[in-house]
Design a protein around this ligand. Sequence first.
Ligand SMILES: Nc1nc2c(c(=O)[nH]1)N[C@H]1C(S)=C(S)[C@@H](COP(=O)(O)OP(=O)(O)OC[C@H]3O[C@@H](n4cnc5c(N)ncnc54)[C@H](O)[C@@H]3O)O[C@H]1N2
Ligand code: MOO
Ligand SMILES: [Mg+2]
Length: 396
Amino acid sequence: MISVEEALPLVLQHTLVLQTEVAPLLQSVGRVLAQDVTADRDFPPFDRVTMDGIALRSETFASGTRSFPIEQIQPAGAPQTILQQAKNCIEVMTGAMLPKETDAVVRYEDCTLQDGVAVVEIDQILPGQNIHRQGSDKKAGEVLLAAGVKITPAIVGTLASVGLAKVKVYQLPRIAICSTGDELVEIGQTPLPHQIRRSNAYMLAAALLQESIKPTLFHLPDEPAQMLQILGSLLAEHEVLILSGAVSKGKFDYLPQVLEELGLKPLFHKVAQKPGKPMLFGTFPGPKVVFGLPGNPISTFVCFHFFFRPWLHASLGLKAEERTAQLTQCITFKPALTYHVPVKLQVEQGTLKATPIPSTGSGDLTSILEADGLLSLPAKKGVFLPGESFPLILLS
Ligand SMILES: Nc1nc2c(c(=O)[nH]1)N[C@H]1C(S)=C(S)[C@@H](COP(=O)(O)OP(=O)(O)OC[C@H]3O[C@@H](n4cnc5c(N)ncnc54)[C@H](O)[C@@H]3O)O[C@H]1N2
Ligand code: MOO
Ligand SMILES: [Mg+2]
């Protein structure tokens, strides 16, 4: 059995090298950007009026003028107008180009308009007021986004603004999720007293959908010949297998042996952690990777978040999240195992605090309904005090 400190680096040493592909902009949300993006023009691309009102010359106002005859209107979306006479003004709309020969905008609220004349009612006008200067946000050619970030709605807005209707993203691995076990039935079925629904497969699929990956779902019966045949064909079609169950010591936990028959190179089987001790991880030529997650629902869930997600993010070139949170209650856990505790989070005086969620054990699926994160308490200690900080995985 190896420690989580040894197991995680082993997993991260076996990331996949993912190719790139081009995705239509709106299908790129949640994917990882595989190109740098530069400003195609200045941001903003012209001196932009930021308030509806009048544009004038501040020096005319400074010399005492308060009444400005209106020459014309400059709407947004119209070519730039020119102020003909310094004593006049032009009505301007938010988003319009600032008229040439003007240098300040006065809001409608700060003047009255009557008979084609605007009378300014404020005492001071500063050059540049209510104007968003060309290039003041970013200059043409400047890098707006570097490759290797997850595409968010804000990023989509930026990509749209530079005219990228299609964008280069990293490909996603083809992933099969496989439940195991003769006690499991489909979720639409009514289970007999000795049966349960195969909820882990759906929980894993949902977690992958949050990563923008559409997995395919399969099931393995507790029968080695059938497992061998199904797993063999899944390996031909997928780069990643995420399996749930059949990795412990039971008479029907055939998975480790079947995977080895298929040629698995095991990297570890059993990790010093709770939950998730029986977890298995290995590779096939290709390369292909197999995550054998223990079947108890919280074990499957914790191992997915602790091992699979960092592996996926590293494969995609995303930066690892490194967070900690402060325990609010004392926990005593003596076994020499890393203890992953589902926690409720809150911020108190700027500090992230983690309160453990009561649970009857790793079969208690409902215990994670309220969880915001998983706090990992190290194996080398047995008593964890309020106020101590430990590594945290945020659940999203
Ligand atoms: N003698 C020992 N027994 C067990 C050990 C051990 O070290 N020695 N480890 C325990 C631990 S820890 C875990 S976790 C489980 C892991 O077992 P498996 O990975 O072999 O999983 P299964 O036996 O197939 O199932 C365990 C449990 O989970 C339920 N399950 C499985 N798949 C699903 C699914 N898709 N949806 C919902 N629930 C599922 C299954 O019905 C079982 O109740 O082993 C302990 N035993
Ligand atoms: O991985 Mo197990 O969950 O400790 O029952
Ligand atoms: Mg078992």
